[in-house]
Design a protein around this ligand. Structure first.
Ligand SMILES: Cc1cc2nc3c(=O)[nH]c(=O)nc-3n(C[C@H](O)[C@H](O)[C@H](O)COP(=O)(O)O)c2cc1C
Length: 402
């Protein structure tokens, strides 16, 4: 009996690093999300995790990947798989980039710097948001990888011009104009909590903070969080608590239209990606305007609740625009196989936001690194399982149906 017992008992070496230990037990992004939920105060988690109104669009974004099927080819030599591509001229080892997310420092003081560092080390393009809480220059200083700058156009055009020019001077390689935020979506979780940026300390936040001592200590022992792009401009830098909705609606230009794209291009001289295209007609218009790339996106369901899932829109867009423009898919990507499905339907690459936010919320920089490992392994494994040795050989291997 002892012999049998000895043959099955293998004591796993204990890992003294609690973050690594917990990450090792995460099977997928849902597990990482649960871990982030445990580690962050409720209001912070809901700001990352929530979406607009009924949250139907957010759920539908990821559910729609389940209706895409790949037809595996067998007896293909998959001992070498090439996952590389380019987007707007930038080489990428894997076909995905990190979407812009505002206020990342609310998860941990390193915020955007932590995400940008991992992205650069792992060759993933990182997009800094206009609502970033680390400056254009601070992010550039920690990154020797591809950086893109996401632009919300301010009513104060001088400010937009200044940001675009700073991004160019700091070595950012593209401007991503977000076009789905004429006004701010109604994020009901934030409304219910009265969530402001930075958070106001009331009795509920106080109790929540006590239950998350690690987060609270980090928050209280670092410099106050502000919108770094406009740091020092007390009227707009977020140094006084404000709801994001009031901020966006008062500061950003709701009159932005197709006519303004030439202005963005002439100010920056950089390639332009439009993020937030939600119809075939607008994809065609983007081609006509000579834009380099589009991201089919509904802002992760945070803007118009009811917008089509980007992955479901992709086939019709590809039929309409062919290879006339680079098309990316953003929203609901949770597995390496989702990335492969999008590429099989013609996407140049995908982007995602919440997965790396869950990573940083769950375990800081180490959590973001886990996300990169998880996606890279998932993409390579799926390509091997469906018999594709490079991204081009995926084309035409997907169908959409139940
Ligand atoms: C917390 C959070 C903040 C975001 N902030 C911005 C932003 O400042 N600018 C922007 O263009 N998109 C923003 N987005 C949208 C993301 O860029 C991206 O479109 C979305 O997260 C994709 O969906 P996914 O989270 O399912 O991957 C944000 C998303 C989240 C979750």
């Amino acid at each position: 009996m002892l012999k049998t017992l000895r043959s099955v008992v293998r004591l796993r070496k204990f890992d003294w690093n609690s973050r690594r230990r917990r990450l090792a037990r995460c099977g997928d992004i849902n597990d990482l999300r649960r871990l982030a939920k445990r580690h962050l105060p409720g209001g912070v988690f809901d700001y990352f995790d929530g979406a607009a109104e009924t949250e139907w669009s957010m759920d539908n974004n990821s559910d729609s990947f389940e209706h895409v099927h790949l037809n595996p080819r067998v007896l293909v030599d998959v001992s070498h798989i090439d996952t590389s591509t380019t987007v707007m001229g930038q080489p990428m080892a894997y076909p995905y980039a990190f979407s812009p997310t505002g206020f990342t420092r609310i998860a941990t003081s390193a915020g955007e710097l932590a995400v940008a560092r991992v992205a650069a080390q792992r060759g993933v393009p990182y997009t800094l948001s206009t609502l970033g809480t680390r400056s254009i220059e601070e992010v550039a200083a920690v990154s020797n990888g591809p950086l893109w700058y996401q632009l919300y156009v301010w009513k104060d055009r001088g400010l937009s011009r200044e940001l675009v020019q700073r991004a160019k001077a700091a070595g950012y390689k593209a401007i991503m104009v977000t076009v789905d935020t004429a006004v701010f979506g109604r994020r009901q979780r934030d409304v219910r909590r009265g969530f402001t940026l930075p958070p106001k300390i009331g009795p509920e936040t106080f109790i929540d903070g006590m239950r998350h001592p690690r987060w609270t200590l980090d928050f209280l022992t670092h410099e106050p969080i502000t919108f770094s792009a406009v740091s020092g401009r007390g009227d707009v830098d977020g140094s006084t608590a404000i709801t994001l909705s009031d901020y966006v609606n008062s500061q950003f230009d709701a009159s932005l239209s197709w006519r303004d794209l030439d202005w963005v291009r002439s100010e920056s001289g950089l390639p332009i990606m439009l993020k937030g295209i939600q119809s075939v007609n607008d994809a065609q218009r983007a081609v006509a305007e000579g834009v380099e790339a589009i991201a089919l996106s509904n802002h992760g369901g945070r803007q118009y609740d009811g917008s089509p899932a980007p992955i479901a829109l992709l086939p019709a867009v590809m039929d309409a625009v062919g290879d006339g423009i680079e098309v990316l898919v953003d929203g609901g990507v949770r597995r390496g196989s989702d990335v492969v499905k999008a590429c099989a339907l013609g996407a140049r690459a995908v982007m995602f936001g919440r997965p790396y936010l869950y990573g940083i919320g769950a375990a800081g920089e180490m959590g973001v690194d886990w996300v990169v490992d998880y996606f890279n392994a998932g993409i390579t494994r799926t390509m091997a399982l469906v018999g594709a040795t490079d991204l081009a050989s995926l084309r035409g291997t997907a169908r959409i149906g139940k």
